[in-house]
Write a protein that binds this ligand. Structure first.
Ligand SMILES: [Zn+2]
Length: 314
């Protein structure tokens, strides 16, 4: 009771994003994206799987598009399972949850295509197989969410990094928006680590890390991830009062995932608006993103520890 009164008062006095940054994360917030300096660059929203960008930062994506800035979505793991090998029992079970037939990525591609047409977006896919297909020895979702190896020690790391490098190039001043890695999904950690490794050699890039949704609903998991990434990671927020509805609409097209993850479209809407209403306020919903601040921006300051150390161990 007293805690919640203090929180309400503190948020009113300091503003919700400043208060939460200091109290929840012990970090000073930085100026958010969509400032003047970001407006020149091409924006590339990178997602491990179809739906991650819409679910996690669809409000920011819609805001970028509304401002007329060039934006595209790049999806990394979009391949069908290899036709020559049988599906693992875990992959079979997940397919059943999606309820999207024998070749669910056909439906997932259609869903993503629909999302793209809603915003007239450029979309790119890297056509790599997701963890369920490339690691048939996985027996539970828990193993997907608690990888045994640091991303840099994963045999797929070099492949993911090379594919991203080819897609993103070297010289252009890009704003790259990528997963923070909340929840520990190994595909999300791989993409996060690969982008940081590339960003270390690309001072022209501006990198923002979105809070993986719905994993970020688990606040202890979010705090744990932020802690593991180190003090150079600083939060910022984006006003999505005008684009919250767009985020819900963009997310709702992924029907196979909405059913499996949220249940109904109404539950999807309330999960998204509840979270954005807590990051901001119910009347002024916001999305939170993170960035590496200070000397050695883009991750260089830490010598890319994600690629070599085991910070995902719990
Ligand atoms: Zn994902």
């Amino acid at each position: 009771m007293i805690r919640s009164l203090l929180r309400t008062t503190g948020r009113r006095l300091l503003g919700p994003s400043v208060f939460d940054s200091l109290v929840q994360f012990r970090r000073r917030p930085v100026r958010g994206p969509l400032g003047a300096s970001d407006e020149r660059a091409r924006w590339v929203f990178v997602e491990p799987h179809y739906d991650d960008v819409a679910f996690s930062c669809g409000g920011m994506l819609a805001a970028v598009v509304r401002r007329g800035m060039p934006a595209e979505v790049l999806t990394v793991f979009t391949a069908d399972p290899a036709p020559t090998a049988p599906l693992s029992p875990l992959a079979e079970a997940v397919h059943a949850e999606w309820g999207a037939g024998e070749r669910p990525y056909e439906q997932r591609r259609r869903e993503a295509g629909h999302m793209g047409t809603l915003l007239s977006l450029e979309q790119t896919t890297l056509d790599l197989p997701e963890a369920l297909y490339r690691m048939p020895h996985l027996t539970s979702i828990d193993e997907v969410m608690r990888p045994q190896h640091a991303p840099g020690e994963d045999p797929s790391f070099a492949v993911v990094r090379e594919a991203l490098e080819e897609a993103l190039g070297h010289d252009e001043a890009l704003t790259v928006v990528v997963p923070l890695g909340v929840g520990g999904h190994l595909d999300h950690l791989l993409v996060h680590a690969a982008i940081r490794a590339l960003a270390a050699d690309r001072p022209m890039w501006r990198v923002w890390y979105y809070e993986d949704f719905p994993y970020a609903l688990d606040i202890p998991a979010l705090k744990e991830r932020v802690q593991a990434l180190g003090a150079a990671f600083r939060p910022a927020t984006v006003d999505i009062a005008d684009t919250l509805d767009a985020r819900v609409r963009l997310s709702a097209v992924y029907t196979s995932q909405v059913r499996a993850i949220f249940g109904t479209p109404d539950q999807l809407r309330s999960a998204i608006s509840g979270y954005a209403g807590r990051v901001g306020t119910p009347r002024h919903p916001r999305e939170r993103v993170w960035t590496v601040q200070g000397r050695g921006e883009n991750g260089r300051h830490q010598g890319d520890p994600e690629a070599t150390s085991r910070d995902t161990k719990r």
